[in-house]
Design a protein around this ligand. Structure first.
Ligand SMILES: [Zn+2]
Ligand SMILES: [Zn+2]
Length: 227
C-alpha cells in the first residue's frame, strides 16, 4: 500500500477508503440501487404452502424469508458494493426494507419503501384434491342463452356458492360441480319452482365409503329446460 497521502476529490477527506479518487462515503452518496416496487408471494389457505417466484414450497419458511430471497434475486448492485444483509422492517402496502451493504469493507445501510404482499391462492395439491372431491354435477341445459339463464338464477346460485367447486360452460349449457349432493338437490328443487325441466339422474360408483360400508357415488343430474 502506498504511504502517499490520498484525499477525496469530492469532499477532501484523507482518512478513508477510496474507490478511485472518491472516498467510500462520497461513492455511497452517488449510488443508485434499483429495487422492485412490489413483491407478492402466495400462501395456500388450506395447507400454508407458499408460492414464491413461481414455485410452491410445501414446508415453508417464514414469509419474510421468501420476500428476502426475492429481493436478493432482483437486486442489482453497482460495482464495489457487496450485500451484507436485508431486513424487512414492516410488511404490507407500506413496507420498509433495510438493505445493508459494504463498500471496500465499510458498512452502509439504506431504508427503502416497498410493497410486500401475501395473497391467498390454493396450492396445486389442494386444488387437485378439491377438483376430485365433487359429489355431484348439475348439467343445466337452458333453452336460450346460457349467460342470460345464469343471470336469472344468480340469487339461487349465490345461496349455494360455497358448495360449488367449478362451473364449466359448454356449447349446450353449463356443468356445475358440487361438493355434496344434498346442496345440488336443494338447488334443483329451487330451480324447479321457476322453470320446467326434463330431468335425467345418473349415478356412478367412484369409491368405497368405509365407515358406512357402501359405495360412494357421484351423481349427475341433467336438467334440460322444456320448450
Ligand atoms: Zn469524499
Ligand atoms: Zn395447499
Amino acid at each position: 500500500m502506498s504511504l502517499k497521502a490520498k484525499f477525496c476529490a469530492v469532499c477532501g477527506r484523507e482518512n478513508s477508503r477510496f474507490i478511485g479518487s472518491t472516498c467510500v462515503d462520497c461513492y455511497f452518496k452517488t449510488l443508485q440501487i434499483d429495487l422492485p416496487k412490489s413483491i407478492v408471494i402466495y400462501a395456500c389457505p388450506v395447507c400454508d404452502a407458499v408460492k414464491s417466484e413461481g414455485l410452491w414450497h410445501n414446508a415453508p419458511e417464514p414469509h419474510s424469508a421468501y420476500f428476502i430471497q426475492s429481493i436478493v434475486k432482483k437486486l442489482k448492485l453497482p460495482p464495489h458494493v457487496e450485500l451484507e444483509d436485508i431486513e424487512i422492517l414492516q410488511q404490507g402496502k407500506e413496507s420498509e426494507v433495510e438493505i445493508s451493504i459494504s463498500i471496500e469493507g465499510k458498512r452502509f445501510s439504506i431504508v427503502r419503501p416497498m410493497e410486500l404482499y401475501i395473497t391467498d391462492q390454493i396450492c396445486e395439491l389442494d386444488s387437485k384434491r378439491k377438483r376430485e372431491a365433487y359429489e355431484g354435477i348439475l348439467q343445466l341445459r337452458p333453452k336460450g342463452n346460457v349467460h342470460e339463464f345464469l343471470d336469472k338464477i344468480a340469487n339461487e346460485l349465490k345461496f349455494v356458492a360455497d358448495n360449488i367447486l367449478k362451473m364449466d360452460e359448454n356449447r349446450n349449457g353449463v356443468d356445475i360441480y358440487f361438493l355434496d349432493v344434498t346442496t345440488m338437490r336443494h338447488l334443483v328443487s329451487q330451480l324447479k319452482k321457476r322453470f320446467k325441466f326434463y330431468m335425467k339422474i345418473s349415478a356412478k360408483e367412484y369409491s368405497w365409503d368405509k365407515p358406512k360400508n357402501r359405495p360412494k357415488y357421484k351423481i349427475t343430474i341433467l336438467a334440460r329446460e322444456k320448450e
